[in-house]
Design a protein around this ligand. Structure first.
Ligand code: MLT
Length: 404
């Protein structure tokens, strides 16, 4: 028989969001009369904007005609879409040739791990999206999981400083090859400032480290002083890869569309451009994003699409703001929720899973336990603003009846 892959065997039993879903289903099986409010996984609840749906269906319709049918497309994606991303989202800071269209950030993380290989030492922000660590574990970048520290050996977990508890303190980082950083951050909801990102780029240039910058929530930034892309920082094109997605910008969590940027100036220590290896990995592991999804992406990036998506994301930001205000007024320390639809909330005196169960059972709200994002998430819950305003209002009423 085939031996079990020891790296896969190291993974915790289930992915964080699946564990939460299972707990929710178990609760509903016992209490079928209860209506739960979902403030857990970050997923759109509103329908796609009409202009975006029109883009998707026009392509589907085209595919049913002899002249409009298309099979395989270029693996790096439709040129028009790459040009529009470079224009609308990057103001030409990166070239269309440096952009590869994908099916979302999570699968791109897996492909990136294949690109970088098992011998690289990665560092993640403490706290961070669990997929950075999980994909590194699958590829064999970690040593065993330590139950006491709740960490995988060899992976570096970068803590914050007293001044910025959730942004890495670069003064004490051992030898590493790659840093994963997400801003606005999932789960804390905090957007890194220009000053902080300048520090990150300076560190990466000095230590010859590659940054993998996850910009999944950049469309929630409403302050022009806060960078939406790492390439707004001078010198970043030589050290950073950026991952972007239409999921949280336009509700494409089911449609599936994203992109990566690997600048031509980003090189290995022997001078080889990383983009040529990325292109090679792409053609071996991916046949290109769906042409229907890409047509939808073009519609999202039209001025009408941008306006309609902005209205949707404004709603989720408003919800996050209401949750933050309400939870703060109930005496809980809260972070984020301004340029990101997540509110990171402290529940002192109990573990994250205890807080999760309490809120589930007594306020009938699904959240995400902070421990799932790293050991220092213990005692925290992540509340998401991705729901209808009326549901968020109801959630606040339930919370206030239970917590005050
Ligand atoms: C989240 O809720 O953190 C993410 O949206 C889940 C995901 O994208 O996998």
């Amino acid at each position: 028989m085939v031996k079990r892959n020891p790296h896969v065997a190291k993974l915790k039993d289930s992915y964080l969001f699946e564990t939460v879903e299972q707990r929710k289903q178990d609760f509903l099986a016992k209490h079928p009369q209860v209506t739960l409010i979902n403030l857990g996984i970050g997923d759109f609840v509103h329908p796609l904007p009409k202009s975006v749906a029109a883009g998707l269906s026009a392509m589907a319709e085209n595919l049913s005609t002899p002249s409009g049918f298309k099979g395989y497309g270029p693996k790096e994606g439709d040129k028009k879409l790459r040009c529009r991303i470079a224009d609308v989202l990057y103001s030409q800071r990166v070239a269309p040739e440096e952009i590869q269209i994908s099916d979302g950030i999570l699968p791109s993380l897996g492909r990136l791990q294949v690109l970088l290989g098992a011998n690289t030492i990665i560092a993640v922000q403490e706290l961070s999206y669990p997929a950075y660590v999980d994909t590194a574990v699958v590829i064999g970048q970690s040593f065993d999981f330590d139950q006491n520290t709740q960490r995988y050996g060899r992976i570096v977990y970068m803590k914050g400083s007293a001044k910025s508890p959730f942004f890495p303190d670069f003064s004490d980082v051992p030898r590493i090859d790659v840093i994963y950083l997400c801003s606005p951050n999932n789960p804390t909801g905090i957007a890194a400032t220009k000053e902080q990102l300048t520090e990150l780029v300076a560190f990466a240039r000095d230590r010859k480290v590659i940054i993998v910058y996850d910009a999944a929530y950049s469309s929630y930034i409403r302050d022009s002083e806060i960078p939406k892309s790492i390439y707004e920082i001078e010198g970043a094109n030589d050290v950073a890869i950026e991952l972007g997605s239409f999921s949280k910008m336009a509700g494409f969590t089911g449609v599936r569309l994203g992109w990566s940027v690997v600048p031509k100036t980003l090189r290995y220590d022997d001078g080889t451009p990383i983009s040529s290896d990325w292109s090679n990995v792409y053609s071996r592991l991916f046949n290109g994003a769906s042409n229907i999804a890409q047509a939808g992406g073009l519609a999202v990036l039209s001025s009408k699409g941008q306006e309609e998506c902005r209205q949707l994301t404004d709603n989720y930001l408003k919800n996050a703001r209401s949750l933050k205000d309400a939870l703060s007024s109930m005496g809980h320390q809260c972070f984020g929720g301004i340029h990101c639809p997540y509110v990171w909330t402290h529940f002192p005196g109990c573990s994250s899973w205890e807080a999760f169960d309490n809120i589930l059972e007594n306020a009938h709200i699904v959240t995400i336990p902070g421990i799932g994002f790293g050991p220092s998430g213990e005692g925290f819950l992540r509340f998401s603003g991705f729901n209808d305003a009326s549901k968020v209002e109801q959630a606040i009423e339930n919370l206030s009846a239970f917590l005050t």
